[in-house]
Design a protein around this ligand. Sequence first.
Ligand code: G3I
Length: 342
Amino acid sequence: MRDVAPVPAAGSAAVAPAAAAEPTLRELAARHGLAFGTAVDLPTLAGDAEYRAWVAAQFDTVTAENAMKWDALEPTRGRYEWGPADALVAFAQANGQRVRGHTLVWHNQNPAWLTDVPPDELGAVLKTHVQTTVRRFKGRIWQWDVVNEVFEDDGSPRDTVWLRALGPGYLADAFRWAHEADPDALLFYNDYEVEEVNAKSDGVYDLVRDLLRQGVPIHGVGLQGHLTADHAPLTMRENLGRFDALGLRTAVTEADVRMALPADPVKLQAQANVYRTALRACLVTPGCLSFTVWGYTDRYSWVPGWFEGDGAATILDENFAPKPAHRALREDLSFGGVRRRG
Ligand code: G3I
């Protein structure tokens, strides 16, 4: 059993006094009927009181950055490590937050033992994983990222272990299995570099339209939003709009905006504009339910470890000091509000 450091239920009082006096991000977003969230690293949530306080105070939806992935939940076949995921769900319940479940079917972060499973058994193994996990959290997960990142950049299907073993029908099956396990959860397809209208998002559009036509219980599309400071997603509003027109909900699920280091005022302003472009696209889309950043402080961002020379991708610096992006998001959330589809 993996040692799970206890996560205090609520945030401590370590929120910067100035921030405590202002409306929080979640309060500002609520004016628009929008949930504002962050990815959460569970060891950090347990170990860093300042990190924990910001998560508790500023966000009303949380996503486990890694704790609900298959390799974390079932590192040994048949033996589940629910501790960290349970801790996040408990933290969310204690802080009036909803949970995005991330993610059930992916080509990444699968447990090592999966490579030993014969191809003709993979369908049953995948169904067991999906239904065991969804049942575990039945009634406590708002949105599930059921299927994650199954397209190549050109819109062609990614060659994954699942496609090879099961054929394309597994996509519909995954949504049906999840819906059977928790009929109340909103079931999403989630992907990156599909924020704008492009070949990849066209592939996503065709897939979800076909799934809807088959009566498959898919409810939403997540645009991850891993963006760069040198390019604002100018067709994101149009892209969200076409999924909305299908009657689907949408969400920005993993927003961050990386830049070549070192950061400077010009890059930070450009970053703010990119965040602003993504948020505004969501705000004007009636079915865009939530805007989640993939970590909110540069102290713990995944980016430097994955993009050599890049960083500074989040809305607070490594000392939790607000950056221009944080101010830009607050400014846009401070104005008005539109009725949003639930
Ligand atoms: O938990 C192990 C630890 O025991 C070990 O000592 C350590 C060193 O090997 O690795 C730890 O696992 C790491 C894990 O993050 C938890 O920290 C993995 O190596 C590392 O690969 C993993 O990276 C995650 C990445 O997904 C993997 O693809 C990032 O934290 C996470 O932010 C990132 O998130 C993904 C979304 O799930 C899907 N969309 C893209 C996004 C960014 O890649």
